[in-house]
Design a protein around this ligand. Structure first.
Ligand code: PRX
Length: 678
């Protein structure tokens, strides 16, 4: 990447109206430096709707932290009840649009005011309690992007049940692993959801998963397809098989909800686990990242004010699915806590055509738009004529998240979508951080295409060398967070040692400059001559494919699960559209290669079969883009696969660097001779 090619100065007009002005910003920076605990305590007093206020701002027992320790709150009140006494009560909280069926518009559309959303959350919270779900229980959600998904999250929060949302693109097997790990008592799903004109068979996947999960007592099903005639949706014109409901276990959502209930929100300790979200790491098993309540509520709220500059008249759209952390923090908790109007859509961005997003922006008068670089690149490839058909003049701020945005995509986003009028907030953060950690501040920070620029006030980010010392300007290193912060993950569900080891052992301190352990992000970064930070990408065995985080080990385990595979090694290689593509090297069992039917045709068929197999085990988004069969894999003498060499081979690099640690150099010749089989 070429750093620092261009700087776009902030617009004075934007700066005059921004929620966070220069003076306020510098005050915040100073107060965080002066007295870190006091700084956060003051913000928490001001921006959180406490049921019982706290006296202890922070307890730091490295690597475990607690914030606002003895306070009590309920985040559903932060997002709903506290808006009900004023003008926000009748304001639109959610505008939802279903996927355009058969390519036709007008569409299915639902609008809920804050008052209505509150009533629905209370009705479902009461229903969940009557089903036997209690404070401290875990509830899994496997849902399409429909308003009930938001309602279910907030209803869980209201009764103190910890939710774990599993993205609807995950397979039944992945869902099962997550339900078991969380020991969820209840699963909330739908009998379908629409994506590219097809119906997602969510309930069937739940049935398959739950058959292996004795912990699940109830499955609640939203009638998205209108099959009962009693739910909230018209009958689907796309045909579907009737939903099988298991007596005693399965209930329709519309039967569970208790209309008219004003279910009071539980008063929960500040640290009460709000949700568990599974994310890929460097080992095969995804980690259950646990987030607490108050610190998370505070930071998602503040970042919505500071980074997204949400104001009362905005119509805000974050395109993330609620199955990912971006959906949690910036579709649900953050924007609703600021009283924003949130737009939410079902389906794929490119269906029925590449104009869908832009028509949505024109129709709903979206003013703040937050999406991922992979989507921007996909739109860019389709040409300017798609956005040109819609009036995008209501947009005033654009955001990017999930992976480094390449300057070319940034420029297109800025000039074509933002008509060179909108600041772009390139937000760097992670599932573990709960909210945005680094981003330019709109109207204040000069924008550099491709850089998330600086940490937000109160957040201590640095780029360090392997010894933990900050790198000098103009150098690369590892991205760390040097102080605990309110919205950080608290632990890995059921595995505190893994939490300590994964995040806090690389820079354990005290050493050199380091007095305390640093949180290691897993990312590499460059600090430019102005001190701005450019996140380059992962330095561990995690790859970022189209903004989705995938552990190479997870894909390897899925490949080895196939009866023909002996061994596999997966690497990420650059991809113009997805950012990174999944490249799998596979060695086959001898009996496969020695079988009489082993020929090129069988090879290609097997490669396709393996791709489908990975999709079935993890989910479609993790399918390898390339499979290469090889007789052996390059390993060090201690048996470690040399991924660097594989990356070189996969990208066609001739120079393979230092190969002296390679156990068997002849492997290289074998690898070079092999070619992509799919
Ligand atoms: O590598 C970084 C990349 O995405 C990783 C976090 O992935 P996940 O936990 O799935 O959360 C994604 C949404 C917050 C990071 O470690 N990443 C995220 N945002 C950026 C980014 N890389 C560069 N620039 C960003 N703005």
């Amino acid at each position: 990447m070429i750093f620092n090619q261009r700087v776009v100065q902030p617009s004075a007009k934007f700066a005059q109206q921004a929620n966070l002005n220069k003076e306020h910003h510098s005050k915040l920076l100073h107060s965080a430096l002066d007295n870190y605990e006091k700084h956060w305590a003051e913000l928490a007093q001001k921006h959180i709707h406490w049921k019982k206020t706290f006296t202890i701002p922070m307890k730091w027992n490295p690597p475990f932290v607690e914030w606002f320790v003895d306070g009590e709150l309920n985040i559903s009140e932060q997002c709903l009840d506290r808006h009900l006494n004023g003008s926000v009560a009748n304001k639109t909280a959610l505008i939802w649009e279903g996927e355009p069926c058969n390519g036709l518009e007008p569409l299915e559309r639902k609008i809920l005011s804050y008052h209505e959303l509150h009533a629905e959350v209370c009705a479902f919270a009461e229903g969940l309690v009557r089903l036997g779900v209690r404070r401290g229980d875990r509830v899994a959600l496997y849902m399409p992007m429909i308003p009930e998904a938001v309602v279910a999250m907030l209803a869980c929060a209201r009764i103190g049940a910890t939710h774990t949302v599993v993205f609807g693109g995950f397979s039944a097997e992945s869902l099962c692993d997550r339900i078991l790990d969380a020991q969820a008592k209840c699963v909330i799903t739908a009998n379908g959801g629409f994506r590219r004109g097809k119906i997602l068979s969510l309930k069937q996947a739940v049935d398959k998963a739950v058959a292996e999960c004795p912990c699940v007592e109830n499955v609640v099903v939203v009638d998205r397809l209108g099959e009962t005639g009693s739910g909230n949706y018209p009958k689907s014109t796309t045909s579907f098989s009737p939903t099988q409901m298991l007596t005693g276990r399965d209930r329709w959502y519309h039967d569970v909800r208790v209309a008219g209930s004003s279910h009071a929100a539980e008063s929960l300790p500040a640290e009460h686990p709000l949700f568990i979200l599974y994310t890929s790491g460097t080992t095969g098993k995804p980690k259950g990242v646990v987030h607490g309540t108050a610190g998370y509520a505070l930071w998602t709220n503040l970042t919505c004010q500071w980074v997204f500059d949400i104001k009362p008249d905005d119509v805000y759209w974050c395109t993330a699915d609620i199955g990912w952390v971006t959906g949690h923090s910036y579709v649900v908790y953050g924007p609703l806590s600021t009283g924003a109007t949130v737009y939410m859509y079902e389906g794929a961005p490119d269906f029925p055509d590449f104009g869908r997003f832009w028509r949505c922006i024109e129709r709903e008068k979206i003013s703040i738009f937050y999406t991922a670089p992979t989507a921007i690149r996909a739109f860019m490839r389709q040409g300017e004529h798609w956005p040109a058909k819609s009036n995008l003049s209501t947009l005033r701020l654009l955001g990017s998240v999930g992976e480094p945005i390449n300057p070319e995509a940034w420029e297109w986003y800025h000039s074509v979508i933002g008509q060179s009028q909108c600041p772009i907030v390139d937000t760097w953060w992670q599932t573990e951080t709960g909210g945005v950690m680094m981003s330019p501040l709109p109207g204040l920070t000069p924008l550099k295409p491709g850089s998330a620029t600086r940490p937000l006030p109160g957040i201590a980010v640095d780029v360090v060398d392997d010894a933990g010392s900050p790198v000098a300007k103009g150098n690369r290193g590892k991205l760390v967070i040097t102080k605990p912060w309110p919205s950080q993950l608290r632990t890995v569900h059921g595995d505190p040692e893994r939490y300590a080891k994964t995040y806090w052992s690389t820079f354990a301190g005290p050493a050199g400059m380091q007095k305390e352990p640093y949180y290691f992000t897993g990312d590499g970064a460059f600090k430019d001559h102005d001190g701005d930070i450019w996140v380059i990408g992962r330095v561990d065995d995690v790859i970022n494919v189209a903004g989705h985080r995938i552990g190479t080990m997870e894909v390897e385990s899925a490949l080895v699960d196939h009866h023909c595979v002996a061994e596999s090694a997966v690497v990420g290689i650059p991809d113009a559209l997805k950012g990174t593509a999944v490249y799998a090297f596979v060695t086959l069992k001898n009996e496969v290669k020695q079988a009489p039917d082993w020929n090129d045709e069988r090879k290609h068929a097997l490669a396709r079969e393996l791709i489908t197999h990975v999709g079935g085990i993890i989910g479609s988004f993790a399918k390898p883009d390339h499979i290469r069969f090889t007789d052996s894999l390059p390993k060090t003498r201690s048996g470690k696969i040399m991924r660097r060499l594989l990356r070189d081979v996969a990208t066609g690099h001739e120079s393979l660097g230092d190969t002296t640690t390679l156990e068997d150099v002849s492997v290289l010749a074998t690898l070079r001779q092999s070619s992509d089989d799919e």
